[in-house]
Each structure stands twice: as C-alpha cells, then as structure tokens.
Write a new protein. Sequence first.
Length: 199
Amino acid sequence: MLQGVEMRNFHSQETGRSMVEMLGVLAIVGVLSVGGIAGYSQAMSKFKVTKAMDQVQTIIQNIRTLYASQRRYSSLKGESAYQIGILTDENYDSESKQGLNPFGGSITFGATESGRSFLLSYSGLTTEACVKMATADWGADESSGLLSITIGAAMNDEATTAPAGTSFTWNDANNSLPVDVATATTACSTTNAVTWEYR
C-alpha cells in the first residue's frame, strides 16, 4: 500500500508541457518570426531608398561643385568619377570600375551633347524605389538646376541625351514635376530606372 502512495506522489510531482502547449508556443513563435522578417524587409527597403536619394543629391552636388568654375560639363565622364571625387567608396565598385547604387544597379552619368547640362541615371531599382525616387520633389524650379526626369529607361555610359523613357520637364505647361505616383508607377513598370538632367 505504501508503495502505491509513493508512486502516486511521484507522478503528481512531475512537471512539463503537454504536446498541445508546445505546439501553441511554436505557432506563436512562428507568427512573430514571420512578422519580424516582414518588418525587417520593409525597413531595409526604406533604408535603401533613403540612401539612394541621399547619394543622388551628393553626386549632383559633387558634379556641380567640381564644374562650378567652368561653363560646360563637356569633360564629365563616368570612368574618372572615383578619381576626381564624384563617386566615393560607398557607391563605387573597384572591380567593375563603375558606380553601384544601394539596390545593386548601376550609377551612370555624363555630359549632354551641348555640354551645358549633365545626366545622372540610377538603374536596377525595385519598382517601389523607382516610384519613390521619381516622385520625390527634387526642386523643380529655375534655381535647382533640374531640367528633366526620365523614368523607365536606363542610360548607358556613352549617352549624351536622356534615354527613351517617359520624360518630364520642370517648365512643362502642365507642370508635370514633381511626377505623380500613378504616372511613375506606369513608367516604372517597364524598366526600373530614373535619369535626372541638371545644369
């Protein structure tokens, strides 16, 4: 009889989780993990867009500063961009010898045919990044120097004119800058690239 009591006490002191409780805990952990991954992905996407937009402003400022004392941008070439300080370690790939944006696409730029303005192009963007960069207010007025934005076509290294995409200029009669989201979404659906022309 005593032995039976001991057995009962031994079993009543056992602790642990049942299989149902463990499955519930694993389900909660799984849901939290999926939410965390989605949140991290969105945060990284926003970070890359912000970083790319900062890079565009810095590159434009670097070009304009470098050529401030000259009347034309005619000598502006992409291959010497790193040596003369237009591109930095952050956005220059020494192996391919080209500019790389935060999305892994290329950064290309060069003088227009007249030499009075220059083009800067970001390609390989995500659709979301293309739309956000195209619709940003880049200062579309006389003092900003922005002449046009072209969406949906990438510029090559030899280009002296804006690529054949959907183009918007600041002095359009319909005031097409900044670009509206619906128009940018349509233009970015072909090729996720944005090209700016500045003087």
